[in-house]
Design a protein around this ligand. Structure first.
Ligand code: NAP
Ligand code: MG
Length: 489
């Protein structure tokens, strides 16, 4: 018997609400292609209500005098710690929701829920450890700096890692005392709506956290345009990121952009292949390649090329994609549009004579209407080709050969992106040289952490965006610095 789709609601001032228009957006399960839920189609008026709720929580009758604005750093830390514990308690429920909503294999969904708890835990501990300084100045003065919250922050979250990206941006922003308005991707809201329930349960005051569901072009655009927003954290595509920046600029609102990458891993002839190969494979198949920091390019020294390719191919042939609940190496892609995008790149490879060196498989019992894509290993991809230049956001690994270190560096730095890079070599001086010369926000030597490390500052340069999130560094971005000069002579 067919079940009616479950209706979810948006979250404003600690209340779940249907949205002013009463319209719904269907939610698909990527593993089956079937609609299983509905979310409200939030519009500009809903965003306005959410911003007002956040402003009341932060400002109250005057600047930072609302119930959230008055909360001490220690109290905020305690609330975030309780939220972390509630997420851990409900980890399995969150993982199941995420698997159904986004097609993540269960072990990935569980890891994301755990990371969300870790973000809240990390920022809970950090909340009362952020402080200003006193500065030397003229005689008769005491000068100090004070770190203050922006006020109300907007968070536009993509569908690839909703829980992790929510944790890193909303966790840090709440820790320093901002009130938050969140617009999750229409393809990935359900786990975040459950986190909202947990936030109310642990006692976050109404308005400190608000989540408006709906379409990017409506609710997302309205959030970027809203003059009541003091800072925006955006993660997603370069095109939408640019649009959000332009909208925010109209009201002088600072924006942090995390826009993905085409991250290279450089493998030199002296690399420890036993250590490298599983990491190289995981860096592209994790979350079916839908990871901003996916290691989507492998650059290999010519003399090692054949040996490495053989090892990679053997691994790729064994990889299996299937429904999220079956917890295989890969789940489906998030939606039909993403599947079509990957197909377009792969047909371009075939048209350009780029060989499929190996391919995994989609299990036979996987539902026909699911958005599956077997992982593909492409060999000898020219460095200038679009397959080596553009973010595919699917399980497609491009291998390119290099002659020497200089050429490796030129190819590695030769895209518009600069998010993450990996280097595999035993030579110490080369490790340091490349760590300094690679154009990336994070460089991993003899390891690779696609998205890993709650504690590690993360962000890019160029088309990968700007600003840093994660780690303690994020707290600086979610605050502004005030200098106070006191004359007392
Ligand atoms: P996208 O348009 O950049 O979506 C990212 C977020 O922005 C979503 O929450 C989206 O909401 C919202 N959004 C869309 N239009 C908006 C607007 N005009 N104003 C404000 N917010 C808006 O990305 P996509 O279309 O889902 O994916 C396209 C490509 O982007 C992917 O193939 C991939 O290459 C890249 N991508 C990168 C990342 C990353 O982590 N770096 C994440 C996702 C996608 P809705 O989803 O509800 O429209
Ligand atoms: Mg979905």
């Amino acid at each position: 018997m067919l079940q009616a789709p479950e209706k979810f609601q948006m979250f404003i001032a600690n209340r779940f609400e249907p949205g002013l228009s009463g319209e719904q957006v269907p939610v698909l399960n990527p593993s089956t292609g079937a609609v299983f839920a509905q979310i409200p189609r939030g519009n500009a008026a809903d965003i306005d209500r959410a911003v007002r709720a956040a402003r009341a929580a932060f400002d109250g009758e005057g600047c930072a005098q609302g119930p959230w604005g008055r909360t001490t750093a220690t109290e905020r830390g305690r609330l975030l710690m309780k939220l972390s514990e509630a997420v851990l308690r409900d980890q399995e429920l969150l993982a199941l929701l995420e698997a159904r909503d986004c097609g993540k294999p269960l072990k990935q969904a569980r890891a994301d829920a755990l990371a969300l708890a870790r973000y809240f835990e990390f920022y809970a501990g950090a909340a009362d450890k952020l402080h200003g300084q006193t500065l030397p100045y003229q005689n008769g003065f005491t000068v100090m700096t004070i770190r203050e919250p922006h006020g109300v922050t907007g968070h536009i979250i993509p569908w690839n890692y909703p829980m992790q990206i929510f944790g890193r941006s909303v966790g840090a922003s709440l820790a320093v005392g901002n009130a938050c308005v969140v617009k999750p991707a229409e393809d990935a809201c359900l786990s975040l709506l459950h986190v909202a329930r947990l936030a109310a349960e642990v006692g976050l005051p109404p308005g400190a956290l608000n989540i408006v569901t709906g379409l990017g072009s409506e609710a997302g655009q309205a959030l970027s345009d809203h003059p009541g927003i003091d800072h925006i954290s955006f993660t997603g595509s370069p095109e939408t990121g640019r649009r959000v920046s332009q909208s925010a600029a109209a009201h002088y609102c600072p924006v942090t952009l995390e826009l993905g990458g085409k991250s290279p891993q450089l493998v030199f002839a002296d690399a420890d292949l036993d250590a490298a190969v599983p990491v190289l494979v995981n860096a592209i198949i994790q979350n079916a390649g839908q990871t901003c920091s996916a290691g989507s390019r492998v650059l290999v020294e010519a003399s090692l090329h054949e040996r490495l390719l053989e090892r990679l191919a053997a691994q790729f042939e064994r990889l299996r994609a299937g429904p999220a609940e079956q917890d295989l190496d890969l789940g489906p892609l998030v939606n039909r549009k993403q599947q079509q995008r990957v197909w377009d790149f792969l047909s371009d490879a075939q048209g350009s004579g780029i060989g499929f060196a190996a391919q995994g498989s989609v299990i036979e019992t996987a539902p026909e209407a699911g958005f599956y894509q077997a992982p593909v290993l492409l060999d000898n991809v020219p460095a200038e080709h679009r397959l080596a230049q553009e973010e595919i956001f699917g399980p497609v690994l491009a291998v390119t050969r290099f002659r020497d270190e200089q050429e490796a560096l030129r190819i590695a730095n030769g895209t518009d992106y600069g998010l993450v890079a990996g280097v595999w070599t035993r030579e110490g001086a080369r490790q340091f040289r490349l760590a300094r010369q690679l154009r990336a926000g994070q460089v991993f030597i003899n390891n690779y952490g696609a998205g890993g490390g709650v504690e590690l500052p993360f962000g890019g340069t160029g088309k990968s965006g700007h600003g840093r999130e994660k780690g303690f560094e994020a707290l600086y971005g979610f605050t502004q610095l005030k200098t106070v000069a006191l004359r007392h002579d």
